[in-house]
Design a protein around this ligand. Structure first.
Ligand code: ZN
Length: 288
């Protein structure tokens, strides 16, 4: 089954001009980014629906969010504005009560976009609720009213910051962002249909494990050998990311103290030796 992604270029027409870079309008640049992202996603066999047929269409926010219905993922694309010119960070809004899987895409998008724009401040992944405890943002509220499992607002740093506005004004930079975002999104959606064992096998291969594993979901001798190659403090890579997702901690691919204590907590819960090292027994429990 092919996956469907709904893309929303936040604003229409000429909206949200940068105070420091006069040629920059958030609405125009995010529309352009959306078109590039659409192209890259379609190249990967993903069906894309845009919330607007034309850049100048004015649709209500909740109406746009509701177009998430029946899709696998909804993303609203923005650049942010602050009262100062210093704030320069990527912010991803994820749904309220996001599970670790939903959270992992928010983190990987935030990390990727941050790295490409090269922002001065660290990214943030946030949720925002209104006083009634529902999604604060209209697009998120609209998407939340549908069956769409994953929806996000992706703020491509701040157009009130000169460097970021100048960066986003260049088409080639938008192309780089679109290509990387499409990679994140497609591998996320692809892994959605894989079993945990297949995801482990695929992660081990990305990490360069030899002999390469068949991504077939069978825990065979080769896979067991790989699972015995433990992830522990200071380990890095895709298997660490998967481990972090499964033990419910920030999935940044670097095994630090937080990951170690999350692994220990998991091991205790499973009646395993709580050494904070993910070897054969721990992986067997995680992938079961
Ligand atoms: Zn916006």
């Amino acid at each position: 089954m092919s996956k469907t992604v709904v893309l929303d270029a936040g604003h229409f027409g000429k909206r949200n001009q940068s105070p420091l870079v006069s040629g920059y309008y958030e609405s125009e640049r995010m529309w352009m980014l959306m078109r590039y992202l659409q192209t890259f996603l379609e190249l990967k066999g993903i069906k894309v629906i845009c919330t607007r047929a034309k850049q100048t269409d004015d649709l209500a926010v909740t109406q746009r969010g509701k177009l998430a219905k029946g899709s696998d993922l909804f993303i609203s694309l923005h650049s942010n504005a602050a009262d100062d010119s210093v704030t320069d960070r990527v912010v991803v809004y994820e749904k309220l009560n996001a599970d670790t899987r939903a959270h992992s895409l928010a983190v990987s998008l935030a990390e990727t976009v941050s790295g490409i724009i090269n922002t001065k401040q660290a990214y943030a992944v946030k949720t925002r609720a209104n006083s009634a405890g529902n999604e604060y943002y209209g697009v998120m509220r609209g998407a939340a009213s549908t069956d769409c499992p994953y929806y996000y607002i992706l703020e491509h740093s701040f157009h009130t910051n000169r460097d970021s506005a100048l960066f986003l004004l260049e088409d080639e930079n938008l192309l780089a962002l679109a290509a990387a975002e499409a990679n994140n999104i497609s591998s996320f959606l692809e892994s959605d249909t894989m079993t945990l064992v297949q995801r482990y096998q695929s992660a081990a291969n990305v990490d360069g494990w030899k002999p390469e594993l068949d991504v077939d979901g069978d825990i065979d001798e080769k896979t067991r050998e790989a699972m015995s190659d433990a992830q522990k403090y200071n380990s890095k890579g895709e298997r660490v990311k998967l481990l972090q997702e499964l033990v419910g901690t920030k999935a940044d691919g670097i095994f630090g103290n937080l990951t170690k204590s999350a692994v220990k907590t998991y091991q205790k819960k499973e009646g395993l030796k709580a050494d904070g090292i993910a070897g054969l027994l721990t992986w067997s429990a995680l992938l079961a």
